[in-house]
Design a protein around this ligand. Structure first.
Ligand code: PMP
Length: 297
């Protein structure tokens, strides 16, 4: 599903078919989750393939590598160049791109001295689909920021996302919402959350969440469009009094929530700010937002 007989990946300095690539069974990433990765999208625009916020994604990859002490010899520019080459070799414009920096063999708990970069890409629709989501509050919390670097995309952190997604799906929901260690709303297992109340948007402030690149894009668009938005802590009870809510993420893009546990968001999705932002986000990634909507009217 992720590759065909014609797919090409970048692996340790060379381009090859995924089945030609080999890894090390003693890798610290495999045993202890000490690897860093990214989730990036490229879009087919009128200017050709455009990797959305490529530099920001690779800066986050390098930040994660730095805090974990994982060697990363590539510059952001080199990583961006490899990504465009890879898209061309795969003849892809609309694609999901998955770089991963895997640590070398080391069974001790001191970061391995070697790392290997792999970049894969494939066609992938909106990760959570287009339908409004039925969301369940998870019994799992997001990790304590004093126990790890929550803003780094470390492979091992994703066991928390897997636990909460498994729990939600098993109970018949589409996705999980996680609180932070203080009981405030944090984020979805793989996306950030926004709520709308009386024409204003609120999203949890940084500290316990992944500082999503889509989240910052949405905040930037709001500022340009004059949509009021606040980054602040809020509780589950406050979220369950919101008019509407939505998730944001590179893979998920912008997707609305139908309900949270037994609470149904009362505002129709089409009348919400989330719906408007879903369209503006699409225009932004497709390089079609040359004119602000407010100016266009
Ligand atoms: N939160 C979590 C836990 C995530 O895994 C992601 C996906 N990287 C996000 C939020 C959204 O981040 P971004 O918008 O940068 O994709």
């Amino acid at each position: 599903m992720y590759y065909t007989k014609d797919s090409i990946i970048y692996h340790n300095g060379a381009y090859m078919h995924p089945e030609k690539a080999s890894g090390n069974l003693y890798s610290q990433a495999l045993h202890y989750g000490n690897g860093v990765f990214e989730g990036i999208r490229s879009y087919k625009t009128k200017f050709g393939a455009k990797v959305f916020k490529a530099a920001e994604h690779y800066e986050r990859l390098k930040y994660g590598a730095q805090v974990m002490g994982i060697p990363c010899d590539y510059t952001v520019d080199e990583l961006v160049d490899i990504t465009y080459n890879l898209l061309e070799k795969n003849n892809l414009q609309d694609a999901y791109i998955r770089p991963i920096l895997v640590t070398g063999a080391n069974m001790s708990l001191l970061t391995a001295e070697e790392s290997f970069l792999t970049i894969q890409c494939w066609e992938w629709g909106k990760y959570m689909g287009d339908k409004l989501l039925k969301v369940k509050t998870s019994r799992f919390q997001r990790p304590n920021p004093k126990s790890c670097f929550v803003e780094a995309k470390i492979t091992g952190h994703y066991t928390n996302s897997i636990l909460s997604t498994n729990e939600a799906k098993k109970a018949g929901y589409d996705e999980a919402l996680l609180l932070d260690m203080n009981g405030n709303v944090a984020e979805c297992s793989g996306a950030n959350v926004f709520m709308e109340k009386e024409g204003k948007l609120y999203t949890p402030k940084r500290g316990h969440i992944m500082a999503g690149i889509t989240r910052s894009t949405i905040i930037e668009i709001c500022k340009e469009e004059g949509i009021p938005v606040a980054e602040t802590h809020f509780t589950l009870e406050e979220l369950k009094q919101a008019d509407s809510a939505f998730f944001t993420g590179t893979a998920a893009e912008v997707v609305g929530l139908a309900s949270l546990d037994d609470y149904t968001f009362p505002l129709s999705w089409e009348a919400s700010l989330g719906y408007k932002l879903m369209q503006l986000y699409k225009q932004e990634v497709l390089c079609e937002r040359s004119q602000k909507l407010s100016e266009a009217i």
